[in-house]
Design a protein around this ligand. Structure first.
Ligand code: SF4
Ligand code: SF4
Length: 262
């Protein structure tokens, strides 16, 4: 199962898109920003694109300053968390008393909150589900505005995030399903770079032997030189190949006899 939020304080009730809940949040509420500390918030590749662009940083600078990394036990793949401040309150680095300073580019998990979202790999395909995160300090549940999960998603603008994160999440789940096949350190390094550190991945494509080994059509090459989202999607095809999930890349004839770069 993939979720972008730690499972503490989660009410274990599965919700569908039509499930209803009462909630309201905003600057007038007395618990304003109390949800923006001490959280294990997983960042997806698209979250990182939005954040590094909003902050005017390279992906490497963003990752160094604002994240920490762990190897996920089930998939054996690296996941990246937003690093809370190292003071006694462990506040999110982007929160101020006035609210979130990167609100327009806040991560998908912040948009969903107080809804959590999970993804399950079933035999018949992928199932998305939702659940309520009911933390004691959150007074929004005492308000009377009625939502469905779907109307909340629309209001918070998560559809684009879900669409752009879908393939990456599916890849994590497919790794889970591969009977815990070992992921070696080189594969982990590549996964980290092609998922999160896209500026380094771009340099790797254009400045290493990558293009001597893999067939990449000229149109794609032109686009990924400047477009981070296109590069992220290309990176996912590459990762499926090196993690042996799918034959998603084509080797050049001349490279077939030589080992692929990792
Ligand atoms: S990114 Fe913004 S919304 Fe999310 S935890 Fe930090 S301050 Fe709160
Ligand atoms: S704790 Fe709940 S109601 Fe208060 S600001 Fe956070 S999400 Fe809104």
């Amino acid at each position: 199962m993939y979720t972008a939020y730690s499972m503490r304080d989660v009410k274990p009730v599965k919700l569908s898109l039509n499930s209803k809940f009462r909630f309201k949040c905003g600057p007038g509420i007395s618990c304003y920003t109390k949800c923006c500390s001490r959280i294990n918030l997983i960042l997806t590749p698209y979250d990182i694109i939005r954040l590094k662009q909003c902050l005017g940083l390279s992906s490497g600078e963003f990752l160094r300053q604002y994240t920490r990394e762990e190897i996920e036990e089930r998939s054996g793949l690296p996941i990246v968390f937003l690093k809370m401040r190292e003071d006694q309150d462990n506040l999110c680095p982007f929160v101020t008393p006035e609210g979130c300073t990167i609100y327009a580019d806040r991560p998908a998990a912040c948009r969903y909150y107080p809804i959590g979202q999970g993804t399950l790999q079933l035999e018949e395909g992928i199932e998305e589900f939702y659940f309520l995160i009911t933390e004691k300090h959150c007074l929004g549940f005492q308000e009377d505005h009625l939502w469905t999960v779907e109307s909340w998603r629309n209001d918070q603008g998560v559809a684009q995030y879900d669409e752009l994160n879908a393939e990456w999440k599916a890849m994590m789940l497919r790794r889970d399903a591969q009977s815990r096949k070992e992921v070696d350190p080189k594969q982990q390094t590549m996964f980290y770079m092609a998922s999160y550190d896209l500026d380094s991945f771009r340099r790797y494509i254009f400045e290493s032997r990558f293009l001597e080994v893999f067939e990449v059509d000229p149109e794609t090459l032109t686009v990924i030189k400047t477009d981070d989202v296109a590069l992220m999607k290309f990176g996912q095809q590459y990762l499926k190949y090196i993690l042996m999930i799918e034959e998603s890349m084509k080797l050049k004839e001349a490279a077939l006899a030589a080992p692929a770069p990792q």
